[in-house]
Design a protein around this ligand. Structure first.
Ligand code: ZN
Length: 303
């Protein structure tokens, strides 16, 4: 016998890319129901999307659009954007608190996002993203840093040029390189004037911990530049093959020294930049890498 589902009296609007469990919890609490009972009733049903649609009185299509976990399996497999944002299961960022307030939601809402979603462009607030995750109290305004906002725009554009998964992967490599350089004192070098200027403007100075969100924001324009350089180098490696690898790596390290590290040249096999440029470390079949998005035959080399 099928359980009769009654639409709950109070509705809740899902936020874009909100987690399914977070949304069900908000819905349950608003209607004074047990979140666990409602979650089981929905997720253990034959068709969670339609069950949720009946509880909420909302269109199944609209729920699927807002809540990526409800996307069908074939869409998860074939859509790089959905695949990437659902890939960071343990690294879900907290949505911008100004966005949640505007939507009438509680301040703390977890969402799915690619690694590039480090700030809210609408409210100009740093939110950290899945890998650089900030707690709610750690979000801060970046209105005084137009270069950070410009970098976010460039970062977003590289999704279209290189594919979301490849950009995601290269940004991760760039973050790891910056963590390594910060840990080894490279970022304290006097030559790193742009990062130092932003750190002072954020009232922390160069003694900030390397994993502090303020440090991430101060380094972000440089991290985005490094991401683009890594993507470009990988594009060249794919085009020219293993024989060209030493030349491409040397040229890339020189470019990083010139454009990202104010003349400081990263060296050593343990350096994450060198590791990121090793073709052998890069598997095009890895679900996090999406060179399939990029038609090498028909595209022009990215600038
Ligand atoms: Zn916002």
């Amino acid at each position: 016998m099928k359980t009769q589902i009654r639409t709950l009296p109070l509705t809740v609007t899902p936020l874009t890319c909100e987690t399914l469990s977070g949304y069900i919890e908000r819905l349950a609490l608003r209607n004074k129901q047990s979140p666990g009972t409602l979650r089981r009733a929905i997720t253990h049903s034959d068709n969670p999307t339609h069950t949720l649609a009946r509880y909420t009185g909302r269109e199944a299509h609209a729920l699927r659009q807002a809540l990526p976990e409800l996307r069908p399996d074939d869409e998860r497999d074939n859509d790089a954007w959905v695949r990437v944002i659902l890939g960071h299961r343990s690294q879900r960022p907290v949505a911008c608190s100004h966005c949640t307030a505007a939507a009438g939601a509680p301040p703390r809402v977890e969402v799915h996002a690619p690694r590039s979603r480090v700030l809210c462009r609408k409210h100009r607030r740093w939110i950290g993203g899945p890998y650089r995750r900030c707690d709610l109290a750690q979000q801060f305004s970046i209105r005084e840093f137009p270069e950070v906002i410009t970098a976010a725009r460039r970062h977003h554009r590289s999704h279209r040029t290189f594919g979301v998964a490849s950009t995601n992967d290269a940004f991760f490599a760039a973050i790891r390189a910056f963590d390594y350089w910060a840990h080894h004192g490279v970022l304290r070098n006097r030559a790193m004037t742009d990062i130092h200027r932003r750190l002072h403007a954020l009232d922390v100075g160069i003694d900030v911990r390397f994993d502090d969100p303020l440090n991430h924001a101060a380094c972000y324009p440089n991290t985005v530049k490094l991401t683009a350089i890594i993507l470009h180098a990988r594009y060249q490696l794919l085009q020219h093959g293993r024989d060209a690898q030493p030349e491409i790596i040397t040229a890339t390290v020189n470019e990083v020294a010139l454009r990202v590290l104010s003349g400081i040249r990263p060296t050593g096999v343990g350096d994450p930049l060198h590791q990121a440029l090793q073709r052998d470390n890069y598997d095009p079949d890895d679900p996090y890498c999406s060179w399939g998005d990029l038609s090498l035959a028909n595209s022009t080399p990215p600038q």
